[in-house]
Design a protein around this ligand. Sequence first.
Ligand code: SF4
Length: 201
Amino acid sequence: MKITETITSLESNGYKVSYFEGEEEAAEHIDQAVTGKTVGFGDSMSLWDMGLYERLAARNEVFDPQHCPAGLGFLDIARRCLTTEIFLTSVNAAAETGELVNVDGTGNRVAGSLFGHEKVYFVVGTNKLVPTLEDAVWRARNVAAPKNAKRLGLQTPCAVRGDRCYDCSSPQRICNSMVIHLKKMNDIAMEIVLVNQSLGL
Ligand code: SF4
């Protein structure tokens, strides 16, 4: 795992990169930077692990599909997340060569990571780092997606067998799209918050 090289690659791809040794410092950084905003979450276990919903909700209007108010469902909140000023999510894998990879079943995470916000934060634990883009695609499909399917209790072959992707046709398939961020999108601020610990799946 080459953290310095990864930071250099991401910066050369147009991202701002902030590096922290632990999640507390990373959460404090985001908390200080985001105040008085509407904030959408990209259904991320990394954000959950860091307790960012509770933290940001104290000073912002926060929408998170993992925290649905009574009477509203996942899709209601996920749609609202697409029109917020700030969007926070993670990635399934990040290559040391500077690419970010996410798979998605519903599309709310990848949609929010591409357009429509003032700024997108990608919170990335070093467990997501791999050497190449090819490795990142492999990790997204064969590590992150099966773990997420298992977490959600889905009856997909990857969740049931727990070892790899079977490129299934299950109606519960959670990886109908794959977005590869080759470089920062135009006309939107994007910051990678890189944390030197394991976060998410
Ligand atoms: S395609 Fe199917 S088996 Fe493969 S990771 Fe996605 S849900 Fe699991």
